[in-house]
Design a protein around this ligand. Structure first.
Ligand code: C2O
Ligand code: CU
Ligand code: CU
Length: 533
């Protein structure tokens, strides 16, 4: 039995205890990590990834890959399907819940699910080395220890994250807790979950992705870099992939430019940028500024008001949409406003090649306000009591992490991905606090790109940005003290203070432009095991 077979065995919970008798290295670690969580969970779900079809555009349906879920144990409201969307259901968890998910991979290739933003044990984090083949299952056990907030789930297989997410595999996780409940913010029908994505289609309404032509017919046969894809799509597509794959049609929660009517009251809007590479500079078309309630890791201490909201791939924001102050009949849109493509940057001599380049103006969703009496909302002055972990540490060691482009490769910390290893400077003690300084350095040709840098299993604090003049995206950036993905603009140095998870093991940090991640702009870090007494 080779290591891969051993990993597969792990996916059958009934025999997992038997794994204790084997000694396979990584699988053994994973098995150990799974053991203690075998208690009866509060919530148990089956999450299936499988090919499907959805009517997205007039004419032929689009072949997609989609997550579906069902509740085996616990509240039926845990799973909220999005009918007509290619997205997976919204999963509603309570802080403190013990969750078990049986992931059923029914795709024609390996996959694994990652719970973006959640602090979970190593075996539950969806590391690519734990990917299971089509037809196999993988069982996750974790406790929801995160604050209330908006998180999400998506695939994380080696070099195929971009292709699989683009096919439709993604979904939102909403975590609630008593502190959030007590604020009385809009909920139920007055809470919207909006996932912003872009896609490209061929004449037959099928998705088109980098170098592979149409998917899913081309899946695994030229889809994506590094998997036999080579130059199938030509030099232009290869350069587009280097810059991150952009669609020319925008979708909100799986629908092209949806419309929604609003009562004259306040709505809580949870935004997720679920795009592979597109950065949005969001605005309300009627000039209303954004009232920002929270970011990746939950609510801010106080709401902040900003004219724009820059949302990079992987990031979330919680905003208030107050329709109580608008006249009946008012129509407006949520849009991404134009910004110079330079604010994102690119590599290659040909400039931006995509049909809808970064920084293009586009409407995302339309709203109209209905008649009727207005019900206004007074926001609480304080949205949360800041957790102790948010305080600035004056003794955290500082590590420099350059983000660079060399010899046609994106590097993070001067290296590319290595499945099994973490370097000494990537090894930290459980629960320890470090400052990592992401330095977005131009290459010798003077070219650099904006990179949304994501660290698994933690919410970190953005301490500072320096080194580059503010550009058109800076004015919308809402840095917080609980972030898991931070946008580092070309030339910029962003310092963050990270308190790592207390769970030991191998975790990932990477650029959340999924093509950069798949090309190797990703590394492991190791949370060392506590010394055993
Ligand atoms: Cu959202 Cu490692 O990813
Ligand atoms: Cu993540
Ligand atoms: Cu990047």
């Amino acid at each position: 039995m080779d290591r891969r077979d051993a990993l597969r065995l792990l996916t059958v919970p009934a025999i997992a205890p038997a794994l204790g008798v084997f000694d396979f290295g990584p699988p053994r670690e994973a098995a150990d990590a799974l053991q203690p969580a075998r208690a009866v969970p509060d919530v148990e779900l089956t999450l299936t990834a499988a090919p499907s079809e959805v009517a997205l555009l007039p004419g032929a349906p689009t072949r997609v890959w989609r997550y579906t879920a069902s509740v085996v144990r616990g509240p039926a409201s845990t799973v909220q399907p999005l009918p007509g969307s290619y997205l997976g259901p919204v999963l509603h968890f309570r802080r403190g819940q013990k969750v078990r998910v049986r992931f059923e991979n029914r795709l024609p290739e390996p996959s694994i699910v990652h719970w973006h933003g959640l602090d979970v044990p190593e075996a539950a984090d969806g590391h690519p080395r734990l990917a299971v083949d089509g037809g196999r299952d993988y069982v996750y056990d974790f406790e929801v220890v995160n604050r209330a907030g908006t998180y999400w789930y998506h695939p994380h297989p080696h070099m195929r994250t971009g292709a699989q997410a683009y096919q439709g595999l993604a979904g939102v996780i909403v975590v609630t807790d008593p502190e959030d409940d007590a604020l009385g913010l809009p909920a139920g029908d007055d809470a919207l979950v909006l996932v912003l994505q872009d896609r490209r289609f061929d004449a037959k309404n099928q998705l088109v992705y980098a170098n592979g032509g149409t998917m899913p017919g081309g899946m695994g046969r030229g889809g994506g870099m590094g998997r036999g894809g080579g130059m199938g799509g030509g030099m232009g597509q290869m350069m587009e992939t280097m810059n991150g794959w952009l669609g020319d049609r925008l979708f909100v929660s799986g629908a092209p430019r949806p419309a929604r009517s609003l009562e004259r009251r306040a709505y809580r809007v949870r935004l997720l940028n679920g795009s592979n590479a597109r950065i949005y500079k969001l605005a309300w078309s009627d000039g209303t500024p954004f009232t920002i309630l929270g970011g990746d890791g939950g609510l801010l201490e106080r709401a902040r008001v900003r004219p724009f909201l820059t949302l990079a791939p992987g990031q979330r924001a919680d905003v208030l949409l107050d329709a109580s102050v608008k006249a009946a009949g008012t129509a407006f849109t949520l849009r991404s406003v134009a910004f110079p493509a330079d604010a994102v940057g690119h590599v290659g001599m040909m400039g931006e090649l995509s049909p809808l380049p970064q920084g293009s103006a586009a409407d995302l969703m339309s709203f109209t306000v209905r008649g009727g009496p207005a019900a206004s909302l007074t926001l609480p002055a304080r949205l949360c009591t800041p957790p102790a972990a948010w305080a600035v540490s004056d003794r955290a060691p500082i590590r420099r992490v350059p983000l660079t482009f060399m010899r046609m490769e994106w590097l993070i910390g001067g290296r590319t991905f290595d499945m099994a290893d973490a370097a000494p400077d990537e090894t930290v003690a459980p629960g320890s606090t470090h400052i990592w300084e992401f330095r977005n350095e131009p290459n010798p040709m003077g070219m650099a790109m904006a990179h949304p840098i994501h660290v698994h299993g933690t919410q970190f604090r953005v301490l500072s940005r320096s080194g580059a003049a503010a550009n058109a995206l800076s004015e919308g950036i809402s840095d917080t003290r609980a972030t898991d993905t931070v946008l580092v603009l070309p030339g910029e140095t962003v310092r963050v203070q990270i308190t790592f998870s207390t769970y030991p093991g191998l975790y990932l940090y990477h650029c959340h432009i999924l093509e950069h991640e798949d090309m190797g702009m990703m590394r492991n870090f190791r949370i060392s095991a506590p010394a055993r007494g």
